[in-house]
Design a protein around this ligand. Sequence first.
Ligand code: ADP
Ligand code: MG
Length: 671
Amino acid sequence: MQLTDRLTVLPGVGPKSAEKYLKLDLETVGDLLVYYPFRYEDFKSRDVLELLDGEKAVVVGQVVTPASVQYYGYKRNRLSFKIKQGEVVVGVSFFNQPYLADQIDLGEQVSIWGKWDLKKAALTGMKVLAQAQDDMQPIYHVGQGVTQANLVKLVTAAFQVGYHQLLEENLPQVLLEKYRLINRQAAVVAMHFPADIEQYRQALRRVKFEELFYYQLRLQVLREKTKSTDFGLSILYQQDLLDDRIKKLPFSLTDAQNRSLDEILKDMGSPRHMNRLLQGDVGSGKTVVAGLAMFAAVTAGFQAAIMVPTEILAEQHFASLTELFPDLSIALLTGSMKQSEKRLILEQIADGRVNMIVGTHALIQEGVSYHRLGLVITDEQHRFGVNQRRLFREKGEQPDVLMMTATPIPRTLAITAYGEMDVSIIDQLPAGRKPIVTRWVKHEQFEQVLDWLSSELEKGAQVYVISPLIEASEALDLKNATALAEDLQSYFKDQAKIALLHGKMKAQEKDDIMQGFKAKAIDLLVSTTVIEVGVNVPNATIMIIMDADRFGLSQLHQLRGRVGRGDKQSYAILVSNPKTESGKRRMSIMTETTDGFVLAEEDLKMRGSGELFGTRQSGIPEFQVADIVEDYPILEEARKMAAQIVQDPKWMDQADWEILARNLDQTSRFD
Ligand code: ADP
Ligand code: MG
């Protein structure tokens, strides 16, 4: 008996069903044991008076009316009867399962698994259970002809045969003790059939640690190995030319910018391959640091390219680079350019006539070839997928890589999400910026806000008003924004020129409105959340966010970051009557801090990873049980532990080392 035995050794599994299981990647009994449920159903009997509307639950009661079936159309019918739980009579209906009537006997107890309709005090039945069960029922990912019942039966069979006793402990004893983790066999059994919620929590904590620990250990072992061999380009830039440029900047760099630039230059100059993330809050001045790094590459005879997610940003960066380096030849490449224009630029890129290239995804298309591309930079890098980042890298021969992001996430998480890399942080805003004053007001106080706005407009202030976000409907968002703009216009009349900006507008229209706002032809801009990243109107000093509790912290922070860009005092007004505790909490945190890092950490605690990183293709390894945001504390602990082990091998004894060595190989799926 071995864990590598085919599933066909289990009773009831023939070659046919084995094929179905194979489609779920279940080949051996070992695979099956670690095919954990993704949730559980609690089949304990519930008191109907405690049920929420729409909740699924098991209700046990005495059948007080005979079951009757009504037919109303082809193959459509309804089985209904009433049950009594204590003093409460509950109507029960099953749709299109007339045969269940056999199981409903007047006067007997039944257990119904169903969905509660609070208004009608009725259950829509899904199952008649033999009896209420006290344990939690596992729910597996199924499909390909495999049912929940199949899997429950199969796992039960494997446990009955005793396969789980073959599972060897795969965590060193010192770690089990240090973190008080339950052993592997107990954990695996409890993952499938936990006796209660507490046992399940213990099992989950153990398997999550196991998963994240081996992931971290692997990363760090790999890093140790590649440290000495990972040669890239040595970019021998000319320090004097660079110093000269820095002197000529219209401002002096902040300490944080200087520090980050030094870290980047050091990587570039060394033969070691640079893979670095530059993190800095909105407005912290990442662009100029990127520009100087590009300039350094150019002084060493290399090309440097920067890729951004939108055309608006590409044009903005092109403009600022051209202003910083008027004497260099800089090219802009975007998807919407005319063919003839593009062809010319592609030639200049290929033969090295241009030194710096700014562009969108157009930069990584086939047919774009570079000339001694030594440095590639990705701005707002979380907006790109792994493949796009790889394609960009492969446009050069081992170019140094710099990624930039305004989403401040803890380092461990960044590495887990984006791979092994070094991180530089600009944790300081340029001098002279006044912190934005943030206030939270209720809708009832909006009149007062309008009063105050009126006097600020009188003094020449420019204002953004973000209209409420209505999930799932862009059309409704637009309707709301339009109504809001009209209301405000009729309130302020001639006092303010008001315009509307929304997602359905053409790029040109949006651009016209933004230009109008910049030129102060517009005083108040009502917008849906489409205000693009990077929009920069320093004279705008007031940001009003309607129904602010509908936004997450990071988004609120981004929106607020549209003001406070000049030397005038700026304000953010959050208008909301949050219904949930978390909504209230978000409002108060926003009034307490303008620090993006603090907000991001709070955001991490309050939300899941999906919202932070977007899609799957962001490159986050797909963990089986762990969620890197929710389980961030475990990830961080696992990282510390892995580092300690890699740096101090004597910390563990021989037996523990052997366990690690054996299991490190089996976690290679992260490579
Ligand atoms: P982000 O980090 O959000 O990309 P930007 O690079 O767009 O920020 O910089 C925001 C603004 O701050 C720009 O107008 C830029 O010229 C200005 N800036 C950058 N660094 C400094 C500095 N050290 N002192 C003053 N202004 C600066
Ligand atoms: Mg930027």
